[in-house]
Design a protein around this ligand. Structure first.
Ligand code: PEP
Ligand code: MN
Length: 511
């Protein structure tokens, strides 16, 4: 596979365009630098580019030719047809032996084109398709002029049509053409073979810089590209770069983070004083070192039990009094948070509120311990950025909680992302616990999820326990019975032991 690129010194529409700095690199160089894995040939009339290809160590994968003078003259003469087809033909005659080798003709001014896209596009060449060409989709209406009137080509005003149902209009954007020597010659020096595959590329990959407005858009994208923000900026307060050692802190008598393992247990929802005290007493005897119970339940359906609210908080305070254990409870807004801090020791942000940034800012300013659950569809970067909101606003004691993410599987309520534990531990100093109840959704798999999480190195678990699951007002099917919870606490010791040994054996590799 060879890549062939034509680069012109000058551009009428955007003077000096190849040398404009995009994200600190000249436009032409940005594209060339990306092509390290390819066999690249550049044909240019620019002496500067020719010399740069010769001198720059980072461009040593490029074979650069000076443009033939006959083609330079041809371009200066401004004929209707440019010399490109003949320049390609010369290249094929002089440098390509295998007539079936895929050749990529690449536009140097498409700065966002990804290498993966190019490789994928090459794989579309087969018996059916002798060439590939990039197209982009026009999402707005395209107008055609008929008898001095404009009408949309993909819209029928006599029918009720929604924009989603309209046919897309595609146009060849020339970001790349892929063909072979054979197809090019057989089709009369045409980049499009007999059966081209039209490969759709989407914004921003389809940007071709022709005008200064294109360049402005490209600059804007580069300046506002936050997709890599977490990896590229090391000033994030949650990051290991900011703080190397694990964060360790106490909530009442319970230590969190570092080598401490927390076991938080209790009902999903606080239903009554009697129910909460019974369960609290039981889990404490089994070895829980913190209690849970929801007084505000952000339920998927508005008709489901929404929690006892402040009455629930009062009950939680009694459970704390009875057991001497700290309590965590979910808050859903500023009002519930302001009330909850009068009764409990730690505030939980649920999966549905992970990106409720105004709530996060408010909680951050309260500087009260927070258990932040991962959004069910959140990436780790998004998860950490939500934690960053808390830290950036003043909260120092934040625990992350992986509680399962939404995937295509149906055998569990969510999919416990065990892999998130080592990945998060590498990126952040904050403690990470897992919620095996909300990941599994069903009683029988809660303990396996819990043990997997602990063995993988989590700093603890938060588990739903109910002594009458059939009567539970919320999430009964995933509750462990008090007896099962007791079994979990002693099995957990082995899982913790395993994770401690893993830390010892793999100290270097893990961080
Ligand atoms: C909960 O812990 O009670 C809860 C609702 O969890 P999540 O936000 O993870 O669904
Ligand atoms: Mn629940």
């Amino acid at each position: 596979m060879k890549v062939f690129i034509h680069i012109k010194e000058e551009s009428e529409r955007l003077p000096n365009k190849n040398f404009l700095q995009l994200g600190g690199v000249e436009l032409y160089k940005r594209t060339l630098l990306k092509l390290k894995d390819f066999d690249v040939y550049v044909d240019t009339d620019s002496e500067d580019i020719y010399q740069a290809c010769k001198a720059d160590q980072n461009l040593s994968h490029i074979t650069c030719f000076r443009r033939k003078s006959k083609y330079i003259t041809w371009e200066q003469e401004n004929k209707e047809e440019g010399p490109t087809p003949f320049m390609i033909r010369d290249f094929l005659d002089e440098h390509v032996i295998d007539e079936n080798e895929p050749l990529i003709l690449l536009h140097v001014t498409s700065p966002f084109l990804k290498i993966g896209t190019l490789k994928d596009a090459v794989s579309m060449m087969n018996e059916k398709h002798d060439s590939v060409c990039s197209v982009s989709e026009v999402k707005t209406f395209s107008l055609v002029r008929k008898n001095n009137e404009y009408s949309p080509i993909n819209f029928d005003s006599t029918k009720l049509q929604k924009t989603q149902t309209l046919d897309s209009v595609f146009h060849i954007n020339s970001a790349f053409f892929i063909f072979t020597k054979k197809s090019y010659i057989e089709n009369n020096n045409s980049r499009l073979g007999k059966n081209p595959y039209y490969y759709t590329i989407a914004f921003p990959e389809d940007i071709d810089i022709d005008y200064s407005s294109d360049f402005c858009v490209a600059q804007h994208i580069i300046e506002n590209d936050h997709s890599n923000e977490f990896c590229t900026t090391h000033r994030n307060l949650v990051s290991r770069e900011y703080k190397k050692e694990d964060s360790v802190f106490n909530i009442g008598p319970t230590a969190l983070g570092g080598s401490n393992k927390v076991i938080i247990a209790g009902p999903c929802a606080v239903e009554s004083l009697d129910q909460m005290l019974r369960i609290a007493d039981d889990v404490t005897r089994s070895g829980a070192n913190m209690l849970r119970g929801g007084a505000y339940k952000p339920r998927t359906s508005p008709y489901s039990f929404q929690g006892l609210e402040e009455e629930g908080l009062e009950i939680l305070a009694k459970a704390k009094e009875l057991t001497n254990l700290p309590v965590v409870t979910e808050v859903i807004d500023e009002k519930s948070a302001s009330l909850a801090i009068q009764y409990v020791d730690m505030l939980q942000v649920g999966t549905r509120n992970m990106q409720n940034f105004s709530l996060l800012k408010f909680l951050g300013k309260l500087n009260y311990p927070v258990l932040l659950k991962r959004g069910m569809c959140a990436t780790l970067e998004e998860f950490l950025m939500s934690a960053e909101y808390l830290l950036a606003n003043g909260c120092e004691q934040v625990v992350l909680c992986e509680r399962g993410i939404r995937t295509f599987v149906r055998h569990s309520r969510n999919t416990l992302d065990v892999g998130a534990i080592p990945a998060l531990k590498r990126q952040t100093h904050l403690p990470i616990i897992i919620d095996p109840s909300h990941s599994s959704g069903e009683n029988y798999s809660v303990i396996p999820h819990a043990l997997a999480g602990l063995a993988a190195g989590s700093h603890g678990i938060i588990v739903d326990v109910h002594d009458k699951p059939a009567e539970a007002l919320c999430d009964g099917p995933q509750a462990l019975s008090p007896n099962q919870f007791r079994k979990l606490t002693y099995l957990a010791q082995d899982a913790i032991e395993l994770s401690n040994r893993m830390d010892e054996e793999l100290f270097e590799e893990l961080l």
